[in-house]
Ligand binder design. Structure first.
Ligand code: AMP
Ligand code: ZN
Length: 111
């Protein structure tokens, strides 16, 4: 079975513009940015969707938010503002089935 795109990015099999990495997380620039700042923050462990993340492992989401806060400051959007979102399954608009959070900012976002 073909391994998922983001797992391959974490392994370095597919290139990415890395902006952060630690033991549990990886973050990189979105290849098709919707705003001047568009980053993706992902757990290194593969979960297809948020529905598949066990309650006992939900701590990784707090870690992701710590990194989002840090990256928002680093990329200069902490004060101007930014959006954090995770798409889940088809109606949520999920395209890549490896849990990820978008950090989007650098322009006025409309709903
Ligand atoms: P989602 O719709 O939440 O599943 O978003 C998937 C995101 O992954 C989209 O914003 C894509 O632009 C982005 N994406 C897809 N392939 C790559 C890639 N190779 N490198 C960086 N971002 C990617
Ligand atoms: Zn994966």
């Amino acid at each position: 079975m073909q391994e998922c795109l983001f797992c391959r990015i974490i392994k370095g099999e597919i290139p990415s513009e890395k902006v952060y990495e630690d033991e549990n997380l990886y973050a990189f620039k979105d290849i098709n940015p919707k705003a001047p700042v568009h980053l993706l923050i992902i757990p290194k462990k593969h979960y297809a969707t948020l529905n598949d993340l066990p309650d006992a492992e939900m701590g990784v989401i707090a870690e992701i938010h710590c990194v989002i806060k840090k990256l928002a400051a680093e990329f200069g959007v902490a004060e101007s503002g930014y959006r954090v979102l995770a798409n889940v399954n088809k109606d949520g608009g999920q395209v890549v089935y490896h849990v990820h959070y978008h950090l989007i900012g650098g322009r006025q976002l409309r709903v």
